[in-house]
Design a protein around this ligand. Structure first.
Ligand code: FES
Ligand code: MG
Length: 576
């Protein structure tokens, strides 16, 4: 490595000067046992590691980071790993989503504050991936992502499980009296057999696949199973590539995350039948790079994109099978006519170059565009008097006969009201009713938790009914299913029309015509809105207060308003 291509590195501003400040910076690294040889004239590659014993999905990241470091070292860089807050979907309360923006701030400011020339982002569990992408996009130094890979499939009584999807199903079986507690305990012990993120096309697999479509990771790495040697090899390659990116000072996230890249990501989202959570994350990420992506773009792309991937919860298989069938490159290659093939990725080459040599669809896990599993994409956008700024529904995981429906509302004020009354034998409800949950949005819950798959009342379950229309301002787990309208915007807690729905009000859902209305006279809606008093905020201090005061609505991505990019602003003059 020559002085000429390292002296203008960002890290050289810390380590280069032969003065007291340079001395202090160099001794800080030497105190860790690195010699001056390890620091001098080398790009510094930061590794933002979301390893945590609180996040089982990312528990293998310590070891995986060693492979990244090996790649960095072999390419002549200095790897420096650091921890960030990590977001575990299963354990974090009230919801991991409430902390996505906090993690994004942690990642952004860690990158900005330290002498890093490029960054490797290690994320896996649902919210860790968008948080890292958002933070890196705002910091805007060359960034490459290494996702954690899916965990090995679980088996129960000889049958392969999709952890989330099947858990919901079996929980309903237990409540319906069709399964014993002992059987359910055995299911629990078998549910998560290895490290890695959930292995159906839930939020984690959706987001990690999207990373590849956005061009933010090496081609073909998204679906490699967590525990395979190939993932460690990918980690090593990622480290090597990070050094090249540091030396060439690009591409930066702002150069990769173009409107074309977002179109590619949304196309993949629809083709895989991915999680509705990706909608919120992509809307937020786009605003980090000054692109005002709109909810309607998702609908437009959904309409023209067939679902060609057969993974749970929309289909049958798990990410392991997708990996064996060629992974995301095979899917992208098949989608090529719908993609911007010229979009640049972190490889420095076009996305088309990446998927050009991928194997053809096998017809079982990945199908062709001519013989898709669904003619259109998994997610639809609806709007109307109940959601003036839009709402989303995962039609690929809904009951087709309910996609056009008119029924009377059964309203729950919040999640506690729901818990207290949903299984009440006296609850007045039929299969035509529409379950309504409010105060579950970004401000109201707060944090827009995954409460959107409202439970079917026991009374209906016992009659064999497994789905009815359910609507809320909440999100839904990527592994969940059912005819659920989500992300209603504006949410009830800020005065959206969801707040004024009363028991018995007719609600109209018509997905094909994108209609979603409270079917009462407009004057009555006006009158009720005028009389509405907003609920008291749930937090008065701390991060919760910051969150409530600054979170944007679902159709804008639920980022903090002050974290979105400010295109008209003079660039900040920073000391480093
Ligand atoms: Fe972490 Fe599903 S719980 S990926
Ligand atoms: Mg999830």
């Amino acid at each position: 490595m020559t002085e000429s291509n390292t002296s203008n590195l960002r890290s050289a501003r810390w380590f280069g000067p032969h003065d007291l400040t340079g001395f202090v910076h160099r001794t800080a690294i030497q105190a860790e046992g690195f010699s001056n040889f390890a620091i001098k004239d080398r790009p510094v590659v930061g590794i933002a590691n979301s390893w945590s014993e609180l996040v089982n999905c990312n528990i293998h990241f310590k070891l995986l980071a060693e492979s990244v470091k090996r790649g960095v070292l072999m390419a002549g860089g200095l790897p420096l790993e650091f921890p960030t807050i990590s977001l575990g979907e299963s354990l974090m309360k009230p919801s991991a989503m409430q902390f996505r923006n906090l993690m994004a701030m942690d990642v952004e400011e860690s990158i900005r504050a330290y002498p890093l020339d490029a960054i490797v982002l290690m994320g896996g569990c649902d919210k860790t991936v968008p948080a890292q992408l958002m933070g890196a996009a705002s910091a805007d130094i060359p960034a490459i992502m290494l996702t954690g890979g899916p965990q090995e499939p679980a088996f129960f009584r000889g049958r392969q499980l999709g952890v989330g999807t099947d858990t919901w199903k079996y929980a309903d079986e237990l409540r319906a009296g069709k399964m014993t507690q002992a059987d359910f305990d055995e299911l629990e012990a078998s549910a998560k057999p290895t490290a890695g993120h959930c292995s159906e096309m839930g939020t984690a697999s959706t987001m990690t696949s999207i990373v590849e479509a956005l061009g933010m990771c090496l081609t073909g790495t998204a679906s490699i199973p967590a525990v395979h040697a190939r993932r460690a090899q990918a980690a090593e390659q990622t480290g090597r590539r990070a050094v090249e990116m540091a030396l060439s000072q690009g591409p930066k996230p702002s150069e990769v995350l173009t409107p074309e890249a977002f179109d590619n990501a949304i196309t993949l989202l629809m083709a895989v039948g991915g999680s509705t959570n990706a909608v919120v994350h992509l809307l937020a990420l786009a605003r980090r790079v000054g692109y005002e992506l709109q909810l309607d773009r998702f609908h437009e792309i959904s309409e023209r994109t067939p679902r060609i991937v057969n993974l749970r919860p929309s289909g049958e298989h798990l990410v392991q099978q997708l990996f064996r069938a060629g992974g995301i490159p095979t899917v992208l290659k098949e989608l090529a006519p719908l993609l911007h093939g010229g979009a640049i990725t972190v490889t420095g080459q076009t996305i088309e170059h990446g998927y050009a040599s991928a194997p053809a669809p096998d017809g079982e896990v990945v199908s062709t565009m001519e013989k898709p599993f669904d003619a259109s994409g998994g997610i639809a956008v609806v709007r109307g008097s109940l959601a003036p700024n839009g709402a989303v529904i995962k039609r690929s995981a809904a009951s087709p006969e309910l996609l056009q429906h008119r029924g009377p509302a059964v309203v729950f004020e919040d999640i506690y009201d729901l818990g207290a009354r949903i299984d009440d034998p006296n609850l007045e409800i039929t299969e035509d009713s529409v379950l309504v949950l409010r105060n579950s949005g970004p401000v109201g819950a707060p944090g827009m938790p995954e409460w959107g798959m409202l439970p079917i009342p026991e009374k209906l379950l016992r009659r064999g009914i497994r789905d009815i229309v359910r609507i809320s301002d909440a999100r839904m787990s990527g592994t969940a299913f059912g005819t659920t309208v989500l992300h209603i915007s504006p949410e009830s807690a800020v005065g959206g029309p969801l707040a004024i729905v009363r028991d018995g009000d007719p609600i109209v859902l018509d997905v094909e015509n994108q209609r979603f209305d409270l079917d009462i006279p407009a004057e009555e809606i006006e009158r009720r809105l005028a009389e509405l008093t907003l609920p008291k905020p749930k937090y008065r201090r701390g991060y919760g207060r910051l969150y409530i005061d600054h979170v944007t609505q679902a159709h804008e991505g639920c980022d903090f308003d002050f974290l979105q990019s400010l295109p008209d602003e003079e660039p900040q003059r920073l000391p480093y």
